[in-house]
Design a protein around this ligand. Structure first.
Ligand SMILES: O=C(O)CCC(=O)C(=O)O
Length: 272
């Protein structure tokens, strides 16, 4: 099996042209099954609290998620786009249970990621279970990543996005590419690509970890902001480097995570 070791020139060109790239291999199917088992054991142990933790930056409290944000296979591909210095800005599990009506409305990431001005995020979406049209895989619209679009906020309990955001322009489903992935594969997507996903009509659980990467950059603001340097150096002192968990759910690490999420998302963040 070939594990991605950096992208070819053609792949980088395709990413820049289309705003996404897939399928790339992060790890073997067996390894993905191991991570899935760890995630599901965590869910069984922590119930409702687990979904809150898995939603945002769980790499700060779970050692195995901290491993997932540092996979060389993924970082090599990310480095081909962002360069050798890489921060992990965030990590979010996107899980759809079988036959769940939940969907992700068409949106762009950049306007809702709370990134400081001048920052740019690239997402690696890592599949820990098969991701198919039937179980509501990620969909993207090629070439829509050139600029920021207007969004509206719509009350719909089935929209799994925290603010109910969706793009204000009509998206024709016929223009969409379905990012179907096998366990252990991943895709890359640009911060402005139009993307979303449909409900599950499948018996199969869908489990993906979206890891947000950024390169260091000179900040124009002086808000204290944290991120995890996963490769290279930060010549600008862009972010405060976050601590790495040594055990799962260490109380001090959990308190740190809560503090960071409240600082970043304010009232929108609620402890589950
Ligand atoms: O997993 C999905 O269906 C949506 C993921 C997403 O919106 C993202 O990674 O930015």
């Amino acid at each position: 099996m070939t594990i991605a070791t950096g992208l070819s020139r053609d792949q980088v060109e395709a990413y820049r042209r289309d705003g996404f790239l897939f399928p790339l291999r992060a790890m073997s199917a067996e390894k993905a099954a191991e991570y899935r088992a760890r995630m599901e054991a965590f869910e069984s142990e922590h119930g409702e609290r687990a979904s809150g933790i898995l939603r945002s930056k769980s790499h700060l409290v779970l050692t195995w998620v901290n491993e997932l944000i540092r996979l060389d296979s993924v970082l090599d591909a990310v480095e081909s786009v962002l360069g050798p210095d890489i921060y992990c800005w965030g990590s979010s599990f996107f899980i759809k249970n079988p036959h769940n009506p939940g969907f992700i409305a068409w949106h762009q990431d950049a306007p809702f990621s709370a990134i400081p001005p001048g920052g740019e995020i690239l997402t690696a979406w890592i599949a820990l279970a098969p991701s198919t049209l039937e179980n509501g895989c990620l969909k993207v619209v090629a070439g829509t990543h050139k600029e920021q679009a207007e969004h509206v906020f719509v009350d719909n309990d089935s929209n799994m996005l925290s603010q109910g955001q969706e793009i204000a322009v009509e998206v024709d489903e016929a223009d969409a590419t379905a990012i179907q992935l096998l366990p252990g594969e991943f895709s890359l997507h640009h911060q402005f690509i139009f993307h979303g996903s449909g409900p599950s009509v499948s018996d199969e659980r869908r489990i993906g970890l979206a890891v947000r990467y950024m390169r260091p950059f000179p900040r124009q603001d002086d808000e204290p902001v944290t991120a995890t340097l996963v490769r290279g150096q930060d010549p600008y002192g862009t972010f405060e480097n976050e601590p790495v968990p040594t055990t799962d759910m260490d109380p001090a690490a959990v308190a740190y995570l809560d503090e960071q999420l409240i600082r970043r998302h304010g009232d929108r963040y609620r402890k589950a």
